[in-house]
Design a protein around this ligand. Structure first.
Ligand SMILES: C[S@@+](CC[C@H](N)C(=O)[O-])C[C@H]1O[C@@H](n2cnc3c(N)ncnc32)[C@H](O)[C@@H]1O
Length: 348
């Protein structure tokens, strides 16, 4: 091998909307976050920073292993997300004002793959400030958004009232969704970009999603491809991280992907990367039938410097460049009882 890689990749644990194409040198938040780290006054050294996506400088490490409980992880993550809500409401990235006009924040392929949602009961897990949830409501779904951040749910409720769309928003941990929302009452369970990395236990997550579905209902997942977490951030062609790290890790991240320079105090998170195989296996293990897994060479932001914004506001490698998968979608259906032994039909 030649020289060692310049550093671990830019990480995106969160879910930005397509942003304006950054200019050269835009968004170099890493230097500032390292300075904040140096000023950090913990008894033990703070965990490594999780750098911000577009144009972020390399991070020093892939986080540090976290051996606390799920409850401790949830408390850290919840505080982190509560504090980010006002930043996201005010951000260009989420463009809430634009949403008030368009009533649509979904990526072009999502409504196509989910199909007509008119009159369908849709649960959006980890709905954050409800922009995507309300986009489904605008398409005619009867939506319920769930998130463990009370601040996010307050914001979602306020936005729903503002745009006069009917929606129910519930504060709960995703693992408790069936107890809180009821079992078997939804036609669609939707989970959007930047959700799974916050969950240490994918088996429990998949079981919760499956339990929400009525027979014949479908889980639809749209996520960042896990390989992107280990690619370099210059041209996204080199593997510079451990795809199989496989444990929850602590990160220190100041600001937000929507506003990297915002002063924040709840900066420690616990995140767990999941391989694509782990995701598929967790869903298949519930008895849901996987209809498709579509990997895509497009993503929502310039996660490496070579990506260019194009059709649908999505980012892709320039023509002729090698293309790793950047995002994926998965759809899996809950068989009706009479259907359980019929063979899987091919994906649409
Ligand atoms: C990146 S955001 C998801 C963005 C989302 N795709 C959207 O529509 O904007 C991640 C969300 O997951 C939520 N979250 C993280 N862990 C959770 C958990 N265990 N239960 C419920 N919500 C959780 C956070 O509060 C945050 O709102």
């Amino acid at each position: 091998m030649g020289a060692p890689p310049p550093g671990p990749p830019a990480r995106l644990a969160t879910a930005p909307r397509p942003a304006p194409a950054p200019g050269p040198g835009a968004g170099h938040a890493g230097r500032d976050t390292r300075r904040v780290m140096a000023e950090h006054t913990h008894d033990t050294p703070p965990p490594p920073e999780r750098p911000h996506p577009p144009g972020a400088a390399p991070a020093p490490a892939q986080g540090t292993p976290f051996d606390g409980s799920l409850t401790q992880a949830a408390a850290l993550n919840q505080a982190f997300w509560d504090e980010r809500v006002p930043l996201h409401l005010a951000s260009d990235l989420y463009d809430v004002d634009g949403f008030r006009v368009s009533l649509d924040s979904l990526r072009p392929f999502e409504p196509v793959e989910v199909g007509d949602v008119t009159g369908r009961r849709l649960a959006h897990l980890q709905c954050h400030i409800g922009v995507d949830t309300l986009s489904w409501a605008a398409r005619g779904a009867a939506v319920t958004g769930l998130d463990f951040s009370a601040a996010a749910i307050d914001a979602a409720r306020a936005l729903a009232a503002d745009v006069a769309l009917p929606a129910r928003f519930v504060v709960a941990d995703v693992y408790d969704a069936p107890d809180v929302l009821g079992r078997g009452g939804f036609d669609i369970v939707y989970t959007g970009f930047g959700a799974l990395v916050w969950l240490a236990d994918l088996t429990r997550w998949a079981a919760a999603a499956a339990a929400l579905l009525a027979p014949g209902g479908a889980l639809y997942l749209a996520e960042f491809h896990p390989i992107t977490q280990i690619l370099d951030e210059d041209d996204g062609q080199r593997i510079v991280g451990d795809y199989f790290a496989g444990v929850p890790r602590r990160w220190h991240t100041t600001g937000s992907y929507a506003d990297p320079h915002a002063p924040t105090s709840d900066n420690v998170t616990v995140q767990r990367d999941h391989t694509l195989g782990e995701v598929i296996t967790a869903v298949a293990g519930t008895g849901l039938r996987i209809q498709f897994v579509h990997e895509r060479p497009v993503t929502l932001f310039a996660r490496s410097a070579n990506l260019r914004r194009g059709e649908g506001g999505l980012y892709r490698a320039p023509d002729g460049a090698p293309r790793p998968p950047l995002t994926y979608t998965l759809r899996a259906v809950k068989p009706a009882a009479a259907d359980r032994d019929t063979p899987l039909r091919s994906a649409p």
